[in-house]
Design a protein around this ligand. Structure first.
Ligand SMILES: NC(=O)c1ccc[n+]([C@@H]2O[C@H](COP(=O)([O-])OP(=O)(O)OC[C@H]3O[C@@H](n4cnc5c(N)ncnc54)[C@H](O)[C@@H]3O)[C@@H](O)[C@H]2O)c1
Length: 253
């Protein structure tokens, strides 16, 4: 699908890597003004040099930094058309091993960061009477996986942020929806495995994961970005509180 974003201003978080980077590159191709946010300064610089997006180094677990970003965009552009919340982290520990620090780390970024940005974007969008917010949850918000306890909990919360906020925003012109990705070929999928696995074992694990998916392959980041861009666009004008699952058939088994 070809989109025209030439009059739209979008904030993309997690823009330094994976899906957020893919979304930034595509949105720039479609003509959007993109404020690309991430805490990884050097990788973000590469995304922005390649795409012409505006780099914004922030830590989304800090509410003042989230508020300042949204306020800056509104002040510079006079409006905010969209927010895509891709930034996220994962820890590979189950209930019995998950420490307080790991749980807080994942919740602070995946849940609180998402909340802070949704809240400030909604506050800025509501008076304009338009805007689209897209959250990125996971198949693990609907079903569960062993050994990633905090992550599953956090993604369940992201889905509830989406649904609950949708009811608060319905009828205002502001929409909030989510993309629910399956196993996707990004740094996150291979991450946090190095403690007990060699690179060859990590590669074998990724092949095993791909084989377990009905489509027999991982998603590529741009395939998730496409769904988010549809939700940001005017083509999804009647979608509110919805979730688009992009998982190669994983959750229908
Ligand atoms: N890769 C998968 O298989 C998969 C599957 C389902 C859902 N997801 C979700 O999709 C989203 C994108 O994941 P990805 O695979 O592209 O991951 P990724 O690791 O490639 O990119 C995540 C980005 O978020 C940034 N980030 C992390 N914490 C941040 C913070 N506090 N402030 C600002 N930026 C921060 C990182 O620096 C990184 O650039 C995440 O929310 C993830 O949970 C990923």
């Amino acid at each position: 699908m070809n989109h025209d974003f030439s009059n739209k201003t979008i904030i993309v978080t997690g823009a330094a890597s994976g899906m957020g980077r893919a979304a930034t590159l595509k949105l720039r191709e479609y003509g959007a003004t993109v404020y690309a946010a991430d805490r990884n300064h050097s990788a973000l610089q590469k995304t922005c040099e390649q795409s012409g997006a505006e780099p914004c180094v922030i830590d989304i677990s800090k509410s003042d930094e989230c508020n300042a970003l949204v306020e800056k965009v509104k002040a510079e552009q006079g409006k905010l058309d969209g927010l895509a919340n891709f930034a996220g982290v994962l820890k590979r520990t189950g209930l019995l091993d998950c420490t307080d620090e790991e749980f807080d780390f994942v919740m602070d970024i995946n849940v609180k960061g998402c909340f802070y940005l949704c809240r400030e974007a909604a506050r800025q969008m509501r008076p304009q009477g338009f805007g689209s917010i897209v959250n990125v949850s996971s198949i693990w918000s609907e079903i569960a996986a062993a050994g990633v306890f905090g992550y599953c909990v956090s993604k369940g919360a992201v889905s509830q942020i989406t649904r609950s906020a949708a009811l608060d925003l319905a009828g205002t012109g502001v929409r909030i929806n989510e993309v629910r990705p399956g196993e996707t070929n990004t740094a996150m999928l291979a991450s946090e495995r190095g403690y007990e696995m060699s690179q060859a074992e990590i590669d074998a694990k990724l092949t095993e994961i791909a084989d377990s998916i009905p489509e027999k392959r991982l998603a590529e980041p741009y395939e998730i970005a496409d769904a988010a861009i549809f939700l940001l666009s005017d083509q999804s004008s009647y979608m509110q509180g919805a979730s688009i699952t992009v998982d190669g058939g994983y959750t229908i088994c």
